[in-house]
Design a protein around this ligand. Structure first.
Ligand code: KDG
Ligand code: MG
Length: 403
């Protein structure tokens, strides 16, 4: 028995907010897990501190599966982003502890490495098509084998995915939600032009991706997918809101462009139909928002049965702790596709010392026992929590729209 002796939540803001759970054990081994839910950080912190942590003290840290079931089934109120982020944090910390106890990097406990490295994609974005292409050229020079392209839309003041600070995109940029304006009519013709210019500038070896951020109807998405086919995109992401999983049937009928979805999914139930009907090609659920390693493994196993690959979310609001755990998962998972990799700022990297490293377009989780990421609590304490919200989006006539 490896008794859980203490568990606490650490909130820090080295440029953006992160919520981290630290679990300590009777053997002196500790583990950490990411619990960050962008713009709703304190809800998860309270869920953990007020409701989960008191039930953990004295339990056996080695019983990862039993604790997962206890927190999922035992709560009665199943699923949802707050609950599942809290469960993910506990689960990630417990896998960290188990791997440290074994003296092994986490990927070895999962089944060992299935590949030499984890292919990642970076974010090239700019206010104009030309700026985005220049950024993409820079990413290619850094060694990236896959690049996401997002560009401003002529006639719209701002749009999703175009950042002020190129390398460290962070959309939660104000105390209260910023309001953006959207026009599908203005947006739709811009993406094929962007891809055409990108193929001219970058060639055909590099993988190109695009995120629609839930802004199209299924038939509009079918049109965009079809228009992009000549440029062979790696994927079209979040083409339409996925609460209605059956909506993807319509997109599928119209395009062979691969589809990715799932960064806001919490459980296997959010993607069961999408996977079983082979309506998508990549599932983007990740460690922190989909119940930790224990649950993500179930989603990936279901996906593998239907030829769907993984493509985990890796935006800057997923802390280095999530990234470290995700990379161990990616190195092992048989149906790996790609991993998103938005770089964290130097301040964030200093608060979360980590074993993972980037080389030649791949990340590798490193060989440190556990998931290889820790938190410098003294440094974290120098960056107090700052409330920040994600933006909202309206149509030009003021109608509230999808973000
Ligand atoms: O918190 C929201 C971000 O993680 C999200 O906007 C990023 O869509 C995103 C992506 O694909 O990384
Ligand atoms: Mg996205």
């Amino acid at each position: 028995m490896l008794k859980i002796t203490d568990a606490r939540v650490i909130i820090t803001c080295p440029g953006r907010n992160f919520v981290t759970l630290k679990i300590e054990t009777s053997a002196g081994i500790h583990g950490i897990g990411d619990a960050t839910l962008n713009g709703r950080e304190l809800a998860v912190a309270s869920y953990l501190t007020d409701h989960v942590l008191p039930t953990l003290i004295g339990r056996d840290a080695q019983s990862i599966e039993d604790i997962w079931q206890y927190l999922y089934k035992g709560a009665y109120w199943r699923r949802g982003p707050v609950t599942m982020a809290a469960i993910a944090a506990v689960d990630t910390a417990l896998w960290d502890i188990k791997a440290k106890q074994a003296g092994l990097p986490l990927y070895q406990l999962l089944g060992g490495a299935s590949r030499t490295g984890v292919m990642v994609y970076g974010h090239a974005n700019g206010g104009t098509l030309e700026e985005t292409i220049a950024e993409a050229v820079r990413y290619q020079a850094m060694g990236y084998k896959a690049i996401r392209l997002q560009s401003g839309v002529p006639g719209l003041a701002s749009t999703y995915g175009v950042s002020r600070d190129k390398l460290f995109y962070e959309p939660a940029d104000a105390r209260l939600p910023t309001e953006n304006v959207w026009s599908t009519h203005k947006y739709l013709p811009t993406v094929p032009k962007l891809f055409e210019a990108a193929r001219e500038a970058l060639g055909w070896d590099v993988h190109l991706l695009h995120d629609v951020h839930h802004r199209l109807t299924p038939i509009e998405a079918g049109r965009l997918g079809k228009d992009l086919e000549p440029y062979r995109p790696f994927w079209l992401e979040d083409a339409t809101p996925a609460e209605n999983q059956a909506a993807f049937r319509l997109i599928r009928q119209h395009t062979t462009t691969p589809l990715a979805v799932g960064e806001i999914f919490n459980t296997i139930w959010d993607c069961k139909q999408l996977i079983e009907e082979q309506l998508i090609d990549y599932i983007r659920a990740t460690v922190v928002h989909a119940g930790g390693i224990t649950h993500l493994r179930r989603i990936a196993s279901l996906a593998d049965l239907y030829g769907v690959k993984t493509g985990s979310h890796g935006a800057t609001d997923n802390s280095p702790v999530c990234m470290g755990a995700a990379l161990h998962f990616d190195l092992w998972v048989p149906n790996f596709g790609i991993q998103e990799y938005m770089r964290h700022t130097p301040e964030t990297d200093a608060v979360f010392p980590h074993a993972y490293s980037f080389e030649g377009g791949d990340l590798h989780p490193g060989e440190a026992p556990g998931h290889g990421v820790d938190i410098d609590e003294a440094l974290a304490a120098t960056f107090p929590y700052r409330p920040a919200s994600l933006p909202v989006n309206r149509l030009e006539d003021g109608t509230l729209f999808n973000w």
